[in-house]
Every structure is written in C-alpha cells, then in structure tokens.
Design a protein around this ligand. Structure first.
Ligand code: HSE
Length: 446
C-alpha cells in the first residue's frame, strides 16, 4: 500500500495498556525528531480497547478512542495497525484482519508469534504487507533489527543471553538477599516486576518464545518453542547462589542457541533455556535486575553484545515506534512489498536438524538432597562414576529444609548430558535421596 506524499501516516492502536500508553507518549514527546527523520508526521489517529474508562493520563486530543477494533482496522485514515492486546485468539484475529485489509501490523506479542508466526507471516507475505515485532524480544534492545540488518552479512554461530527481565530480577535479588524464591517472587509481584500468574516467566516459557524467534532470525531455522528444552528457576535455593559465588560463578536464566555447520554443509541447531552458571567476571554475570543482554557471534564480526531494558512502558514503546517508523518509510517509498520479517526469505526458513539435549556435554553443578546416612555420598559418587561423570568438587552442608536431609553439592568435570541423566535417574531412585536433584549447567565463556 503506497501512501500519498505530503500527508502524515496514521497509526491505529489496539490494546491501550502499559505499552500502548508508552507508544502514545513516545509519539507525542518525540513527534518533532520523528518527523525530522521521516520527513512527515506519524500520527496516532485511533485507539481501541475494551476499557475506555481508565484515565491513562495522556493527551488524546484528535484521537478517536472507543472499543471498536474492527472499525479501527477498517478506518481509511489508519495506515498501520499496532496490536498490543496480548494473548492468542483475539490478537491473532485482529492481526489477520489488518493484514487482510492490506495494512501493515506492529506487534509485541512473542507468545502469539512463537505459536502462530508461520500462519501470520504467510498471510502477510501473500498480502504484501509488513509485520514488525521488534518489541517482542529484548524490549527496547534493537536485537531483531541487528540480526536482520546490521549482522546480515554473517553466518551467525550463536545467540545467547538473558531474555527475561522478571527472572533476572528474581535471580539478582535471591543472590543479593539470600532469601527463598517464593519470598523474592512475592516482592517482585508487589513491585510490578512479575505478573500475578508468573508461570510464563519463571518457568522459562517466555524466554523460549523469544529464543524461537531469535533462532529463526539468526539461523533460518524453523522451530516451535515447544521443541526447545526449557527449565525455569523455581527449584533454586539460596544455597545455590552461595555455592555459585564460592565456585566463581553467578546464576542466570539463559536462552542459548547455536548453529553447527557440518562438513557436508548441513546445519544443526542447538537451542535450550535453563538456569546457567556463568563466570562471575563475565559481562552476562553483571547484567542485573530486570535488564536483558544478548550476545551474538557472527563468523565475520565475531562476538557482539546488546544490553538494555528488556521490558517496561517506555523501552518497549521505543521498539514499537521504531517499527512504525521503518514501516512508514517503506510506505512512503511506495510499499514495494514486505521485508523478510524473520530475516530469511520465507522459502529459506526451513526446519533444520535439532541437536537433542542428550547429545550435548558440559560441566554441571548438582545439588542432591539426601538423608545424612553413612554410604550415601559413596552411592552418589558411584552412580556418577559408572556413567562417566567425573567429580571436580564435593561440598556437604549441615542443616537443610527437610529434617534429616542435607544438601550435597557436586561440581563435575566435562561430561555428557546422557551420562548425567542416567546417573541422576539412578540416584534419585535411592531411598535416602529425598528430593529431585537440581542441575545447573555451566556455560564456559569462549
Ligand atoms: N515478562 C517479560 C520479561 C516481559 O520479564 O522479560 C518482556 O517480554
């Protein structure tokens, strides 16, 4: 869809919550600089939300505001539609309706794209309109644009980082205060860092949604977030942070994706989300509170690092408005068709062989919980040894959560995931072992 030169570009917003309010603020407070960059104004002309009562404390003069999302999509003065409803069904319906109306869409909805991205991108391609979603990963960090544009000359070797602000806040606080997970989570909820239902964040699902998008953009690998082995942070206890410090590490929830190119040219993809020990002096270890950081390695550029606010009203709005500006530029040029939203042309975005977790190896921090009885340590060491998992250090602490049980911490040498899984299956079956063993993988810097 081309836009006549000389007129402004009209924006319609569906979903007037925190981020939507931020978008209105950014468009208003930065109207002049946006126009200096675009050559024409970018104007919010219509907003739709079921809640038309709450005062968002922003100036809505000249903006239609009602609950009619379909009417907004159809309105002739709306050139670009922003979807910030969240969730699946309704958001998908609005996005597909906007695409069917020939209107480009901006969304922050990583959960929707991780689940229904294929259908949405195919519809956009067929209709010849853009779907932009910079705000879906890393909040205000322009990580998707960096992959699609700044790093587009590279084979990307790896993308890894802290992709979820809520869990990074909780981990940082657990380390700082030595309090239990539940105590810190409750405080995070009171302070607005965690949702009332924190499942998506603390179980790693939000990070897996984001990693699925990153993996597609970095490697042209089509995968669903359900294919990504994902572990959250609920099982961690203060002792894990204390021991991590003693061993020279910090614990972060990392999303890790790597691409291995075989000699025959086949590319294999490794993708996983789990709590990870990183060297205390590394850059990722020092990304605290709700901040995000993502490291991308390219074959030509080498390592690059992107850091910033991964959530929040204004940082996320910054990414949404950047998408609007990019699309507005494209419309003004005559709308020659959509840019490849996932960086690769759709027919080059294909499923690639996934390396299973059991095929990997690494070093592990293990916390066993066992009755303090003679022979227990020997049986644990025996099971690990039988499966080829060598022990580097052992620490047994007195006092534990369940009476009569003690935490036994083992740091391993490099070992296979398959060997570890076999050893833990045996150990966790022992009568004296009173809780499932907690595993934290160690990511050595390259
Ligand atoms: N819940 C997400 C986070 C919000 O904590 O990172 C931004 O995607």
């Amino acid at each position: 869809m081309a836009v006549k030169s000389g007129r402004s570009i009209g924006v319609g917003l569906i979903g007037f919550g925190t981020i939507g309010t931020g978008v209105v603020k950014v468009l208003a407070q930065n109207a002049a600089v946006i126009e200096q960059r675009l050559g024409f104004p970018l104007k919010m002309v219509a907003i739709a939300d079921l809640d038309t009562e709450t005062d968002r404390k922003v100036d809505l003069e000249g903006v239609r505001f009602d609950s009619d999302a379909e009417g907004l999509i159809a309105a002739p003065d709306v050139d670009i539609v922003i979807e910030l409803v969240g969730g699946y069904e309704v958001a998908k319906r609005f996005i597909l309706a906007a695409i069917a109306a020939g209107k480009p869409v901006v969304t922050a909805n990583k959960a929707l794209l991780a689940l229904h991205g294929k259908e949405i991108f195919a519809a956009a391609e067929a209709a010849g309109v853009d779907v932009a979603f910079e705000a879906a990963v890393g909040g205000g960090i322009p990580i998707l644009r960096s992959l699609r544009e700044g790093l587009s000359a590279n084979h990307i070797d790896s993308v890894l980082g802290i992709l979820n602000g809520t869990t990074n806040y909780v981990l940082t606080e657990m380390e700082r205060t030595e309090e239990d997970f539940e105590v810190v989570l409750k405080r995070a909820q009171e302070l607005g860092y965690a949702e009332a239902d924190p499942t998506f964040d603390v179980d790693g699902i939000d990070a897996a949604h984001k990693l699925a998008l990153l993996t597609a953009m970095a490697f042209g690998a089509e995968l669903t977030y359900e294919q990504i082995p994902t572990e959250g942070i609920r099982q961690l206890m203060p002792i894990d942070f204390e021991l991590a410090r003693d061993f020279g590490y910090k614990i972060k929830l990392l999303g890790i994706a790597k691409c291995r190119r075989e000699d025959d040219g086949v590319e294999c993809i490794e993708a996983r989300v789990h709590p990870t020990m990183v060297a205390a002096g590394s850059m990722l270890a020092n990304v605290d509170a709700a901040m995000n950081a993502i490291e991308v390695r390219g074959d030509a550029v080498g390592p690059t690092l992107y850091y910033g606010a991964g959530a929040g009203e204004m940082p996320t709005a910054s990414a949404v408005v950047a998408d609007l500006i990019e699309i507005a530029r494209e419309l003004q040029r005559g709308g020659s068709g959509p840019v490849a939203p996932l960086s690769y042309l759709p027919h080059h975005l294909v499923p690639k062989p996934l390396v299973g977790l059991e095929e990997l190896s690494g070093r592990f921090y293990l916390r066993f919980t066992a009755a303090d009885e003679p022979g227990v340590l020997g049986r644990i060491a025996g099971a690990l040894g039988d499966e080829g998992v060598g022990i580097q250090s052992v620490v047994q602490q007195g006092g534990a959560d369940s009476p009569g049980s003690v935490p036994i911490i083992v740091l391993t040498h490099e070992a296979s995931e398959a060997g570890l899984a076999a050893a833990l299956a045996r150990v966790d079956d022992e009568r004296e072992v009173t809780a499932p063993t907690v595993v934290v993988r160690i990511e050595e810097g390259e």
